[in-house]
Design a protein around this ligand. Structure first.
Ligand code: GLA
Length: 726
């Protein structure tokens, strides 16, 4: 379907300065409905002024055309700057004649339906005086109740124009009150959840870090409308920007109490000179609406991510043994051979060799040298990676390897040979973080280099079955030798350079699983996850801390993508550490050879249990039952699609003496079915703590009366397998 419409008329809308009306017969309004099976995002072209407005965003309407009865035109769908908009714009540009204003009028819209689930609505807008076009793209996923929105900006002026703001989306809300939930942190402190009421004015969540851009703030948020939401009640939007660089999500409450949410690349220090005919495509803003609390919002996003957001979301993953926390840089071929044996002994799928395997002139024996020189260190690995791949093959496990191809240590041959490939300011001292610098990925030659790090390893050693791709620093003293007089492009073109490398790699190697890592969770977003199968959530593997970190990610990212390793960090029991890591994608980074026979047996059984349950955890629906932010415990469960299998995790944190816990009502089960409850992951010789183990109940009982779970002993945990009885 394609509709065309173009006219210029008068307008007088709240929040806008009236302009002189022309004596033109107003055209009829055009309603453009977009939306999913549970919510609508409806646009309206005002026949009087030809502009596009957001007329409605919320629960599904029976008849979207009813919005035309409302006397308000709505809010600008993509507010410009320079004419009459009085608030934060979605787009701002200066034309090549110096005119700093933009006016956008509706031209046409079109709908594409590649299948029954997806509808892509493209709404074309144009400046009546200048050859500038903006197309708003709204891709809606009917069954998953998710919308992806992005903009495309193009012009045909004689010379380049400068674009200062280029939002992906602009959403408006008219609720009584707004509660913003966001997730901030630092290295080893990712995803700390905070909630605040939005009052008049602007609140910004952003990053100016360039690379490792989400170290302090993840590009995700929830906005609860009218009142705070909880897991099962309340109206909210949960959104995230698919961009691995500087982002900005801006919340502005105006004088009438309306909220506009503008999401996109951070325009800070990033004005973009757009040449004629070049299209500036913004990243996608992804969001869902729920009228039934946060649980539903998460399940919507997870279902979408498994199908559309994460590479191979529908496929299995490898369990693995990693050597980072057990060896750091101190290993050799023999030690690694032993770890490959341990991988097999534990019943894990893959051994992952971490940092420290490369560099000869500047051996990578600590983080001060070698980054950039991706050749095996001959002292540690005299027989090369090939030997390790073969060793793994002989022991019937897979082999994976760590790389950090975007970075360089000054102590490296790469630094010596290609000083012009590095982001660094002239006339200023080099500024290090973790003793390293960032490569200039805006430069196509550097992109080739980064591509070749992976391509050469895989060409030489086709048996490599997995990569961990790290990125351990942000940008400082940033200057791109390649971009010359276009320095304000660096933050944007860096990410585009990275994506173009990943795109090329995925063309040649579509299947190989890759873990996205950035000094822990410094780069977690759906822009990158198109190319990665999973991400490393944090370098903090203390399970008590980890419960909160994993809890935070669970609002936006499905468990299959969140890598959790059982390590020696923290003072909790091995059982507690294992039960916490099992909540997502399980791995180990622990000295298996130092385990007692009981610990080894427990771990082998836990891996076997995980293999039995992993499909429910990876592809099932999550229900967060008790939040660690509300109580001294955390309880959550996953239920498979058929509702005949579920797994429940319960963790007691630091309960006070005498504190009691209420029963926990389960969710997501079939009320009419009977389920058997079985506690698993029991340390040999230790009594079960779960009193309900071995019993059977109806789904109705479990969801209304609930289970007595969890002991109040601090730092204890239970895992229950819940299976329908025939
Ligand atoms: C980062 C990662 C760790 C590890 C080290 C290696 O900190 O987050 O998991 O790979 O780098 O240097």
């Amino acid at each position: 379907m394609m509709l065309f419409f173009s006219f210029y008329g008068s307008f007088n809308l709240s929040g806008q300065v009236p302009m002189t009306a022309r004596p033109v017969q107003p055209a009829p309004d055009i309603i453009i409905p977009t939306g999913t099976s549970s919510f609508d995002l409806i646009f309206r072209v005002n026949g009087r002024d030809g502009r596009l407005y957001q007329a409605y965003l919320g629960k599904k309407l029976f008849d979207p055309n009813e919005v035309s009865q409302s006397r308000d035109a709505g809010h600008p769908a993509y507010a410009t700057f320079g004419t009459d908009n009085l608030f934060e714009p979605a787009i701002r540009m200066t034309h090549n004649d110096g005119n700093p204003s933009l006016e956008l009028k509706y031209v046409s819209h079109q709908e594409e339906k590649p299948d029954n689930n997806i509808t892509l609505t493209k709404i074309k807008l144009k400046d009546p005086e200048y050859p500038v076009e903006v197309t708003l793209n709204i891709r809606s996923f009917r069954n998953e109740n998710v919308i992806e929105e992005w903009a495309e900006i193009v012009h045909n002026e004689k010379k380049p124009v400068t674009v200062f703001n280029y939002a992906s989306s602009m959403l408006h809300f008219d609720a009584g009150r707004y509660w913003l939930t966001h997730f901030h942190g630092d290295w080893a402190e990712e995803m700390k959840m905070a909630e605040t009421e939005l009052t008049a004015g602007i609140k910004i969540l952003d990053s100016k870090l360039g690379s490792r851009a989400h170290m302090y703030q993840t590009p995700v948020f929830m906005i609860s409308l009218n009142e705070k939401s909880d897991e099962n009640t309340g109206e909210l939007i949960a959104g995230t920007l698919a961009w691995s660089g500087n982002f900005r999500i801006l919340f502005e409450v105006d004088e009438k109490g309306s909220l506009r949410v503008i999401s996109g690349i951070n325009p800070f220090a990033s004005e973009y000179s757009l040449i004629p005919g070049q299209t500036f495509i913004t990243p996608s803003m992804i969001f869902t609406y729920s009228g039934n609390g946060r649980g539903e919002a998460s399940r919507n996003l997870h279902r979408w991510a498994l199908k559309y957001g994460i590479l191979h979301g529908d496929k299995p993953r490898y369990t693995l043994l990693n050597n980072w926390e057990t060896t750091y840089f101190a290993f050799d071929q023999n030690k690694l051979s032993g770890l490959i044996d341990d991988t097999r002994k534990m019943g894990l799928d893959l051994f992952l060799l971490d940092d420290g395997w490369f560099g000869n002139k500047y051996p990578r024996n600590n983080d001060r040298a070698g980054l950039g020189d991706w050749q095996e260190n001959r002292a540690k690995l005299p027989d090369g990676i090939g030997y390790l791949v073969k060793e793994a093959g002989n022991k019937e496990v897979k082999f994976g390897i760590w790389i950090e191809p975007e970075m360089v240590n000054p102590a490296s041959e790469l630094y010596e040979n290609h000083p012009d490939w590095i982001l660094k300011l002239p006339n200023r001292p080099e500024h290090y973080y973790r003793n390293q610098l960032v490569l200039d990925l805006t430069n196509p030659k550097v992109q080739d280099f980064v591509y070749n790090v992976v391509d050469e390893l895989l060409t030489k050693y086709p048996g490599i079955a997995y990569f961990k791709w790290d990125c351990n620093r942000m940008m400082t003293n940033t200057y791109s030798p390649y971009l010359k007089d276009k320095q304000s492009h660096v933050y944007i073109d860096y990410v585009r350079g990275l994506y173009s490398v990943l795109e090329r790699l995925r063309k040649k190697y579509p299947d190989i699983p890759m873990m996205l890592c950035s000094g822990g969770g410094g780069r977690v977003d759906y822009g990158a996850l198109k190319y990665f199968t999973e991400f490393w959530a944090s370098d903090n593997t203390d399970p008590l801390e980890r419960i909160y970190i994993q809890w935070g990610y669970s609002y936006f990212f499905p468990a299959i993508s969140v890598c959790n390793h059982v390590t020696s960090m923290g003072k909790q029991s091995l059982k507690f550490r294992t039960d916490v890591a099992m909540m997502g994608k399980l791995g180990y980074d622990i000295r298996v050879n130092e385990m007692t026979p009981e610990e080894l047996k427990f771990s082998q059984e836990a891996v076997a249990n995980y293999n039995r349950l992993k499909d429910i955890i990876w592809h099932g629906d999550i229900y967060r039952l008790v939040s660690p932010y509300d109580e001294n415990r955390a309880v959550l469960m996953y239920v498979n699609e058929k509702k005949d299998k579920a797994v429940l995790f319960a963790y007691t944190l630091n309960a006070r003496k005498g504190e009691t816990f209420n029963r926990v009502r389960l969710q997501g089960l079939d009320p009419a079915k009977a389920y058997r409850i079985q506690e698993i992951n029991i340390m040999p010789g230790v009594r079960r703590t779960g009193t309900e183990s071995g019993r059977s109940y109806s789904g109705e009982y479990l969801m209304n009366i609930g289970l007595n779970i969890g002991s109040t002993a601090p730092l204890t945990s239970q895992v229950y397998e819940i299976i329908v009885q025939n």
